[in-house]
Design a protein around this ligand. Structure first.
Ligand code: PDD
Length: 282
C-alpha cells in the first residue's frame, strides 16, 4: 500500500512528506493537533474534535490555514488516498516557517499536515480483555494542559518511564497529591463507594473527547458521576480503573504501582462503558 500524507496544500508520498527545517512546529513545538479514531471509514466524534481544535488554535492565537469544510475535505481525501478503513487520523497545524526567534511575525503562513495509519483493533480489543498496568509519577507539565499542544515532552518522558517499568501508561499526580490524567489518556476510577470519578475540567487537563462521550452514557447506564479529583491512594483502593482516549476508547487498568485493582481483571462498569461507546458509534 502506498502511504500518502497531506502537507501544506499537497498530497505527497509518505517518505517524501516533510516541513521546512525552520517550521516553528519543528523548532518550538509551536502548534496544536488532533487525533481521530477511524472506524469503518468514518472518523468518530468529528464535530467535537474540530470544536476542540478551534479552541486550541484560539488559545495560542493561531488561525487555521483552511476553513472547516476544506479541512474536512482534506481529512477525508487523505483517508481515501491511503485506503485505510480502521485506524487513526493525525492532524496538526503549526505556526509555519520563520527565522528562529521566539517572538513571531503576524504574517506567517500556518502549516497543516495530516497522516493516517491503520490500527489493529483486534490487538487493542485483546489488550482490553486483560487490561493494562499503570504507574504514577509527578505531573511535570506546564499550566495549560487544556491546549492540545504538540509540545509533549513531559508526556513522552512519562510514557517512556511507564513502558520501561513494564507498564503501559503513566498517571500523573499534581502538587496536592491528586491524579491529573494519563500521559496520553484521561484517568478514571470507580471508587470504593461505586461512584465514577474523573477530574473536573480546568487548565490542568485536556478536555478529552472520549471523556465527553462517556459523560453522555452515564445517565443511560444509571451511573453516578462525581467530578471530584482523586488521590493515588483512592485509585489503589478503587473497585475499577480505566484510561480513555480516541486511540484506546476505554482501556481497563488492572494494576496501579503494583496494587491490584478490584480482582485484577476489567470490571463491569468499565466493560459496560466500552460496549456502550462502541454500540453508540456502530
Ligand atoms: N491523546 N489527555 C491527554 C494528555 C491526551 O494526550 C489525550 C489524547 C487524552 C484523551 O483525549 P481524547 O479522548 O480526546 O483522545 C487525554 C491522543 C490520543 C494522543 O496524543 O495520541
Amino acid at each position: 500500500m502506498t502511504r500518502i500524507a497531506y502537507v501544506d496544500g499537497a498530497y505527497l508520498p509518505f517518505d517524501e512528506a516533510g516541513v521546512h527545517i525552520e517550521d516553528r512546529g519543528y523548532q518550538f513545538a509551536d502548534g496544536v493537533y488532533e487525533v481521530f479514531a477511524l472506524i469503518d471509514g468514518h472518523m468518530l466524534d468529528v464535530d467535537a474534535h474540530l470544536k476542540r481544535l478551534d479552541l486550541s488554535l484560539e488559545k495560542i492565537s493561531l488561525v487555521s490555514p483552511v476553513s472547516r469544510p476544506a479541512l474536512l475535505v482534506i481529512l477525508n481525501e487523505t483517508i481515501r488516498a491511503n485506503n485505510i478503513k480502521n485506524g487513526l487520523v493525525y492532524m496538526q497545524i503549526t505556526r509555519g516557517r520563520a527565522a528562529r526567534n521566539h517572538a513571531y511575525p503576524k504574517t506567517l503562513h500556518p502549516v497543516l499536515s495530516v497522516t493516517v495509519r491503520p490500527m489493529n483493533e483486534t490487538y487493542r480489543d485483546h489488550v482490553a480483555q486483560s487490561g493494562i498496568k499503570v504507574i504514577s509519577l509527578d505531573d511535570q507539565r506546564w499550566k495549560r494542559c487544556d491546549i492540545k499542544s504538540i509540545s509533549l515532552l513531559p508526556n513522552v518522558m512519562a510514557k517512556q518511564v511507564a513502558v520501561e517499568a513494564g507498564a503501559q501508561e503513566a498517571w500523573m499526580i499534581d502538587e496536592a497529591g491528586l491524579v491529573t490524567e494519563g500521559s496520553s489518556t484521561t484517568a478514571w476510577i470507580v471508587d470504593a463507594a461505586g461512584k465514577l470519578r474523573t477530574r473536573p475540567l480546568a487548565n490542568d487537563i485536556l478536555d478529552g473527547i472520549t471523556r465527553q462521550m462517556l459523560f453522555k452514557l452515564v445517565d443511560e447506564l444509571k451511573l453516578e458521576l462525581d467530578e471530584t479529583p482523586f488521590t493515588i491512594d483512592e485509585a489503589y483502593a478503587s473497585k475499577e480503573a480505566f484510561s480513555t482516549a480516541s486511540s484506546l476508547i476505554v482501556m481497563p487498568v488492572v494494576d496501579i504501582d503494583g496494587h491490584k485493582i478490584g480482582d485484577g481483571t476489567p470490571g463491569p462498569v468499565t466493560t459496560k462503558l466500552l460496549q456502550s461507546y462502541k454500540i453508540s458509534n456502530s
